[in-house]
Design a protein around this ligand. Sequence first.
Ligand code: BGP
Length: 467
Amino acid sequence: MNNNFPENFLWGGAVAANQCEGAYLEDGKGLNLIDVVRHRIKGEIDDKPIEGMYYPSHKAIDFYHRFKGDLALMAEMGFKCFRTSISWGRIFPNGDETEPNEKGLEFYDKLFDEMISLGMQPIVTISHYEMPLYLLDNYGGWRSRKLIDFYTRYCEVIFRRYKGKVKYWITFNEINAIHFNPYGAGGLRIKPDENKMQVIYQASHNTFVASSLAIKLCREIDKEAKIGCMLALSAFYPATCHPDDVFETYELRRRSLYYSDVYMRGYYPNYAKHIWDELSVNIKMEDGDEKVIKKYTCDFLAFSYYKSSTHSYGMPVFGDTGGNTGKPNPYLQSTAWGWQIDPKGLRYVCNELYDRYQKPLFVAENGMGNIDVVEEDGSINDDYRIDYISRHLMALRDAIKDGVDIIGYTYWGPIDIISAGTGEIKKRYGFIHVDMDNDGNGTLKRRKKKSFYWYKKVIESNGENLE
Ligand code: BGP
């Protein structure tokens, strides 16, 4: 078979600071919004950490202290890149200071230097479901325009500091997830008597301006670096061919593409006004906002792809990222967490996005969360994960043959980490197992799974060997 992955294809894996680092108050770090979340799926969010309660992010998998060993394992698999995020609260503990925390900056110097010495390109998300808790408590998160100044100050500091080391930046993780995860993606606590959509769309506008100003800074500071956005863009299908299902699915899909349309094209799409009117949203813009958004668009579009969902007419929820809003797809199987496994959907989405923007795409997340069993001899035979990735990579190869420009693939969770959606570690994605349970007990010992050896071969063969 012909090898259709480009020569410099960026093979690797992706994690996020708040899901792996731990060391939640070390070296001057301030509390992050996730540091007061106990069990994410039950929505147990405290005002501040309560003594005796378990908060998964506090220790996570202790990547902060173990990153050298962990990165050595990634290098053993042959990673060409490693995607992680900077914890904003390590650099600006409260978020509104004028001077950064040197110790926090030093940590990422060490981390990026280590990656580079191992031959891995750092791909860095500036805000991955986090901000200093102080910004949420005192400014209301992204509902406040003041965040634009704090965020761009933070960007300027990290762009200057890591110039030449980081060549790929991502401004926000899954920014469209602000609709189903307003707390994590937008730092928003929405009161029951507020127009939720008003808050979300205004906060989104503030992030658009912030992102464009970050792109401006990045281009001024480091001409070599590329900077992009990142969206949750799993596939979204009508549950039937009934025209009502088809059209409403299309409309709901545009609630996500709204974000990439602004980021990639530099202006609000024609259908935006219709959405705002329908939801009684009135966006407050300042002079110059539209100009900035227009002038500084993204170099590439990164996205996460895990599954596909279906939608039936009349189910009024935010669709493509929040799960099925139609009947389960009878042609697909699901993971233990109910995520419908759909490799062809990845090819579909790659084509959909490339047709629309004609700019390079980056598959920044794709992976399978499952319960893994450690056998008596210590082995972990995760054939289901190998099968999942293998089929998704074949679909990606097909998308490349279709003519789509794809620059990289970072498998989500190359090492077991805390789940963003549920706070569990039992939902494991890794090629590397971490000995820890949902309550934080365990030795944290790292162990290679069968998929570790398999992914190594994939990279070695530049995607030729996918069986
Ligand atoms: C994405 C997030 C990640 C992540 C992944 C898997 O939405 O960007 O942070 O964890 O999904 O989700 P989960 O951890 O809920 O299984």
